[in-house]
Design a protein around this ligand. Structure first.
Ligand SMILES: [Zn+2]
Ligand SMILES: [Zn+2]
Length: 226
């Protein structure tokens, strides 16, 4: 039995946590931990190096199981482990193709060769937005930023803004800016993109996780429903 567990553990550790097969294994682990062997389940949890949100959910449920079994030591250790490792959120990423080359931007990215120009343009855009009375909606900025300034800063750095600024810098006037984003566009970026399409008289097409948005002359094809 212990050999079987070792193979099981090895499989879990060596498989990507994003893989559907691994998700199935995690489900089995949860089942296993609830019905047979909490110690084994605990050892497995501590060995998964990059837990995804699914694993965290499993861990939270495991905590409940330990609590039900009066295993308060394990409950404490699991909670500490969760705090130490932190939940790994999927980072926002937007890409734009220019002359057959894909350019990828993560939120707050400073790795691109045109980073300086991109951020300078974002400053200019922000000033122009401010002058027409735009006020950032910070409700969707990550909660880790405690100050209003910090929230505003992090909204400004959402990946699609970097990609759109890069498009403005590199595409000829009148050429639509096409951006692909892995996550849903937030309310504030949606507002800002509408305003940019008007200010720069440019069509901006963003395909996000939910749908296509075609921004033109200050409005979006989704009619603000997405
Ligand atoms: Zn945003
Ligand atoms: Zn839209």
């Amino acid at each position: 039995m212990s050999q079987l567990k070792e193979i099981h553990a090895q499989t879990l550790r060596s498989t990507s946590t994003q893989h559907p097969h691994t998700l199935f294994l995690h489900t089995r682990i949860l089942h296993f931990s609830s019905s047979h062997d909490l110690d084994y389940a605990f050892r497995l949890f501590t060995q998964i190096e990059y837990p995804n949100s699914f694993v965290w959910n499993t861990l939270i449920q495991a905590c409940a199981l330990y609590a039900a079994a009066n295993r308060w030591n394990e409950v404490g250790l699991l909670r500490k482990m969760m705090t130490d490792k932190g939940v790994r959120k999927e980072p926002g990423c937007s890409s734009i193709e220019i002359d057959g080359v894909d350019h990828e931007f993560f939120a707050g990215d400073t790795s691109h060769s045109q980073t300086k120009d991109i951020y300078q343009l974002l400053d200019v855009i922000e000033d122009r937005l401010g002058s027409i009375g735009y006020c950032p909606d910070v409700s969707q900025a990550p909660m880790v930023d405690e100050t209003i300034d910090g929230k505003q800063q992090s909204l400004r750095l959402h990946s699609e803004r970097l990609a759109i600024a890069f498009g403005l810098l590199n595409l000829k006037p009148g050429v639509p800016i096409r951006v692909l984003k892995n996550l849903r566009v937030c309310d504030d970026c949606h507002n800002v993109t509408k305003l940019i399409s008007k200010m720069y008289n440019v069509d901006i097409i963003v395909r996000d996780r939910a749908r296509f948005h075609h921004f033109r002359d200050g409005s979006c094809s989704c009619m603000d429903y997405w």
